[in-house]
Write a protein that binds this ligand. Structure first.
Ligand code: FAD
Length: 320
C-alpha cells in the first residue's frame, strides 16, 4: 500500500478530539508506506502538531485563525476544499461527529467523491480496505468498498478504532484561508452543559431513564460517573420528562456511544435507545423489572431499585 491519506484533526475547545487520533491510526494503516497528512484549524492548531506527529502524521497543515475556533459550516467547507486541492489525497478520514457529519457530504459532493459514513471497523482484502458500518439501528452490519474514482472519503464512529502511537517528526505547513463569501452568519451560540467529558468519546457512560423519576434522581448517577471518570447520558424517556437536557440523549435520535462500559439505570431498552448504545463493549443494566428488554442485550443485569444499587456501586468503586 502506498496511499496519500488526509485526516482532519478536529478539536473541541482547545483539546484535540480522541477520534482524530483514532482516524490517524487508521490512516496510517491505510497509507502503508505512503503519506499521512493531518489538517488542523483554529488558533490552537500549531499546538496539536506534536500530538499528531506522535500518531504518525508526516505533514500537518495548520490554519491558525481564531475564526476557526468554532465550527462554521461555510468556513470549514472552504478551508477543507483548499487543503484537498493542495494535497490531492487518495483517502480522507474524519470523525463521525456532528460537525463532520455536516461538512463531509458537502465536500464529497463538491468533488464527486464516494463517501462511506459511520464506519466502525475495517478489514483488508489484499490491499483493499473494506469498511464495516452498522445498519438498521445497529441490528446488522454491512461491508462496503469504493467503486468510484477520486478520493475515498470515510467518517469513523468515535471509540471504535485503536489509537496506535507511531512517532514521527511532521513537517508543518501553515496556510491562510482564501476569502469566503459566507452564506450563513452565526448570530448567537447557546451552550448547554453536558458535563466535562464528551459523551460520544467517553470510555464509561452511566445513563438514566424514566426510572430516575425526578431531575434529582440523576444525582446518584452523576456521582457514580464521576467516581468512574465517565460521562452521564440519558434515554429519551428521561429527557421527555424534563429530568435532564436533550444534550444527554442517547439513541436513534440522540447521540451514538461506544464506550468500554455502559451502565443503564432505569432504562427499559426500547429499540430506539438500544440503537445508540448496543455496540458498547460491556453493558450493565439496573432495572426493577426482570422482564425489561434491556436485559436481553446486557452482559450483566441487576434486578433491583437503582436508588439502592447505584450508591452501593459508587461506594465500592470509591474503595478502589
Ligand atoms: P421507560 O420505557 O418508561 O422505562 C423506564 C424503566 O425504568 C422501566 O423499565 C422500569 O422498570 C424502570 N424503573 C422504574 N423505576 C426504577 C427504579 N427505581 N430502579 C430501577 N429501574 C426502574 N429513546 C431513546 O432513549 N433514545 C432515542 O434516541 C429515541 N428516539 C426515538 C425516536 C422515535 C422516532 C421514537 C418513536 C421513539 C424514540 N425513543 C428514543 C423513545 C423510545 O421508544 C422509548 O420511549 C424510550 O427510550 C423510553 O425511555 P426509558 O427506557 O427511560 O423509559
Amino acid at each position: 500500500m502506498n496511499k496519500k491519506v488526509l485526516v482532519f484533526a478536529e478539536s473541541k475547545g482547545s483539546v484535540l478530539r480522541q477520534v482524530s487520533l483514532e482516524a490517524l491510526s487508521l490512516g496510517k494503516q491505510i497509507a502503508g508506506q505512503g503519506e499521512l497528512i493531518a489538517a488542523a484549524f483554529g488558533s490552537g492548531a500549531d499546538g496539536y502538531v506534536e500530538a499528531l506527529g506522535q500518531h504518525g502524521a508526516n505533514q500537518v497543515w495548520t490554519l491558525s485563525d481564531d475564526r476557526y475556533n468554532r465550527y462554521h459550516s461555510d468556513l470549514y467547507f472552504h478551508a477543507f476544499v483548499q487543503v484537498i486541492q493542495e494535497t490531492n489525497p487518495d483517502v480522507i478520514i474524519v470523525g463521525h461527529t456532528a460537525n463532520m457529519k455536516d461538512v463531509a457530504p458537502r465536500i464529497a459532493s463538491r468533488f464527486g467523491y464516494g463517501l462511506i459514513t459511520d464506519c466502525t471497523g475495517v478489514e483488508f482484502e489484499g490491499e483493499e480496505p473494506i469498511y464495516i458500518r452498522p445498519i438498521y439501528a445497529g441490528k446488522a452490519f454491512e461491508k462496503k468498498r469504493f467503486t468510484s474514482s477520486g478520493a475515498m472519503f470515510i467518517t469513523i464512529r468515535p471509540n471504535n478504532f485503536k489509537v496506535e502511537p507511531s512517532p514521527t517528526l511532521p513537517a508543518t505547513v501553515p496556510f491562510q484561508a482564501e476569502p469566503v463569501d459566507l452564506q450563513t452568519v452565526i448570530r448567537e451560540i447557546v451552550l448547554k452543559s453536558t458535563g466535562a467529558i464528551d459523551l460520544a468519546e467517553a470510555k464509561i457512560v452511566v445513563s438514566g431513564g424514566r426510572g430516575v423519576k425526578h431531575p434529582d434522581g440523576f444525582e446518584p448517577l452523576q456521582e457514580l460517573a464521576s467516581v468512574l471518570g465517565g460521562a452521564v447520558g440519558a434515554s429519551r424517556g428521561a429527557c421527555d420528562e424534563g429530568y435532564c437536557d436533550y444534550g444527554l440523549q442517547i439513541g436513534q435520535t440522540g447521540k451514538v456511544v461506544t464506550p468500554d462500559l455502559y451502565i443503564a439505570c432505569g432504562i427499559s431498552g426500547a429499540i430506539q435507545h438500544v440503537a445508540g448504545m448496543s455496540n458498547s463493549k460491556v453493558i450493565v443494566a439496573i432495572n426493577k423489572d426482570p422482564e425489561a428488554p434491556i436485559f436481553q442485550i446486557a452482559d450483566y443485569g441487576i434486578v433491583g431499585d437503582l436508588f439502592e444499587i447505584v450508591p452501593l456501586l459508587t461506594a465500592e468503586f470509591k474503595k478502589k
